[in-house]
Design a protein around this ligand. Structure first.
Ligand SMILES: [Zn+2]
Length: 258
C-alpha cells in the first residue's frame, strides 16, 4: 500500500531504513520494523508497556480466537484484497487477516513494536487514525476493532463498494468479570455511529472462556477496569481460582456507496 508524507502529502518511497518524499521529508523505520509517521513530539497516546504485555499474554490464551476466525471469514466472503486496520494494537487481528496488502495504524509504539516483530508482512505505522498517511480510495476494506471510529477518514480511504468492518463489545461482554469488580455491574450500551456508509450486516457472536488467576490478572490490567475498581473488589478477584467469562462481540459491516 502506498503511503503519503504526513507533511506535504507526496508519495513516500522506502530508502533503506527510512521513508522519504521528493521534498526530502524523512521518517525512520524502527528496528522492529514499524514506521514512525507521527509528527508531534507531545507525549504519545496509546497504551503503556504493562498493558501491552497483559493484552499479548491474554490474547495468546485463545480466548478471543473465535473473533479472529469470524473476521477472517468475513473478509474472505467479501473477496477483500487490501486492508487498512485503524487502531491495530499488537496486530493480533491484523496479522491473521487474509488480504495480501495490509497497513495498520496506532499511536501505541510498544504495541506496534510487538506487531511488527511478529508480522513482517503488514506495514505498521505510528499515526493518528483520524489523519492517516493514505491516499483517497486506496483500499477495499477497513477494520476497526475496539478503537474509536474515524468516520470521515474511513469514508475517504475506502474504494467504491469497499467495506468497513466495526467490532465493538456486545451487551454481555465480560459480564461475569464485571460482577466481581463492581457492586452494580452494567451491560454494555449499543451505540450507533455517525457515517454515510450503508450498514449491510449486523451480527453478534458469543463464546465463553474459563480464566485462571494469571489470565484474570491479564484481563484486569489490559482493560479500563484497572482505573475504576475499589481495592476491596480487586481483592475479590484475587481470591478466585477460576472464573468462566462471556466474550461477546458485535460485528457491523458497512459498504461504501461512492
Ligand atoms: Zn514531504
Amino acid at each position: 500500500m502506498k503511503l503519503l508524507c504526513p507533511v506535504c502529502r507526496e508519495t513516500l518511497e522506502r530508502e533503506g531504513r527510512a521513508a522519504r518524499c521528493v521534498h526530502g521529508h524523512s521518517f525512520d523505520y524502527a528496528k522492529s520494523g514499524y514506521l514512525n509517521l507521527y509528527l508531534s513530539h507531545k507525549t504519545m497516546h496509546g497504551d503503556d508497556a504493562d498493558m501491552v504485555k497483559a493484552r499479548t499474554s491474554f490474547l495468546s490464551s485463545g480466548a478471543y480466537a473465535f473473533l479472529r476466525e469470524e473476521l477472517k471469514q468475513i473478509f474472505t466472503e467479501y473477496g477483500s484484497t487490501s486492508l487498512v486496520d485503524l487502531g491495530c494494537g499488537e496486530g493480533y487481528y491484523t496479522s491473521y487477516m487474509p488480504q495480501s496488502d495490509k497497513a495498520a495504524f496506532d499511536l501505541a509504539r510498544k504495541a506496534l513494536m510487538h506487531a511488527a516483530k511478529h508480522d513482517p508482512d503488514t506495514l505498521y505505522c505510528v499515526s493518528s487514525i483520524f489523519h492517516t498517511p493514505l491516499p483517497d480510495a486506496c483500499t477495499d476494506s477497513v477494520l476497526t476493532c475496539f478503537a474509536p471510529v474515524a468516520s470521515d477518514e474511513i469514508e475517504r480511504i475506502l474504494q467504491p463498494g469497499g467495506i468497513f468492518v466495526l467490532v465493538t463489545p456486545g451487551p454481555d461482554h465480560l459480564y461475569e468479570f464485571k460482577e466481581i469488580l463492581y457492586d452494580t455491574p452494567y451491560r454494555n450500551p449499543m451505540k450507533d455511529i455517525d457515517t454515510t456508509l450503508r450498514l449491510v450486516d449486523d451480527r453478534m457472536i458469543k463464546s465463553t472462556f474459563t480464566a485462571d488467576q494469571s489470565l484474570l490478572r491479564d484481563l484486569f490490567t489490559m482493560t479500563p477496569y484497572v482505573w475504576h475498581t475499589p481495592q476491596e473488589n480487586k481483592k475479590r478477584l484475587d481470591s478466585l481460582e477460576t472464573l468462566t467469562v462471556t466474550a461477546e462481540f458485535r460485528i457491523r459491516i458497512y459498504r461504501s456507496g461512492k
